[in-house]
Design a protein around this ligand. Structure first.
Ligand code: HEC
Length: 160
């Protein structure tokens, strides 16, 4: 089973093809009335704290801003770093679990030295990216755990 893997980055890759089936199981388990903790969650429910997003913003400037720009508009590298805020970014990650963004960044970024950041740094940066795409803050931090992040989905902003 994929849960036996110890490094967070390999973990999701090994589990990749089974994510769909897992999501169905999670949905099925929630449907039979497990506790609120097992209920499907989205980034619109306040899944990171203000302090975490602030921390992530500083880390972003150090590790990402020189390519993706401090204002997240992208374009600051020869290869053309994409914007990390706005409609294209939201569409790219639409309806995917936060775990996908977390693992993609952890394994492929910073592009000039991939796989060098620790999971806590990456999850803090992820919270900053979510905040920059208007997701609200909440009372608990986003944890650096692939399993926990699989349970949080990046849906588009709900209509008010
Ligand atoms: C040396 C320049 C550079 C740095 C530093 C860098 N990136 Fe990138 N990034 C790129 C380029 C170029 C691409 C587009 C090609 C690719 O996906 O590899 C990209 C793509 C991405 C993507 C989209 C990946 C996808 O699958 O759609 C994300 C998200 C991202 N970067 C986040 C980050 C974060 C967060 C950091 C800081 C931890 C970071 N990047 C640091 C250059 C960089």
């Amino acid at each position: 089973m994929c849960t036996s893997s110890s490094t967070p980055w390999r973990h999701l890759r090994a589990c990749g093809p089974f994510v769909g089936a897992l999501a169905i199981w999670i949905a099925a388990i929630s449907a039979v009335g497990h506790g609120a903790q097992d209920a499907p969650r989205t980034i619109w429910g306040g899944v990171f704290t203000e302090a975490q997003a602030k921390r992530g913003g500083e880390l972003y400037k150090t590790h990402c801003g020189y390519c993706h720009r401090d204002n997240l508009t992208g374009g600051g590298s020869e290869a053309g770093a994409p914007a990390l805020a706005g409609p294209i970014f939201v569409h790219r990650w639409r309806d995917l679990p936060v775990a996908d963004l977390f693992v993609t960044i952890g394994t492929t970024m910073p592009q000039d030295k991939p796989d060098t950041l620790d999971p806590q740094t990456v999850v803090d940066i992820v919270s900053f990216l979510l905040a920059s795409n208007r997701a609200p803050t909440g009372s608990a931090e986003l944890p650096p755990s692939v399993d926990a992040l699989k349970a949080v989905t990046m849906t588009v902003q709900p209509a008010r």
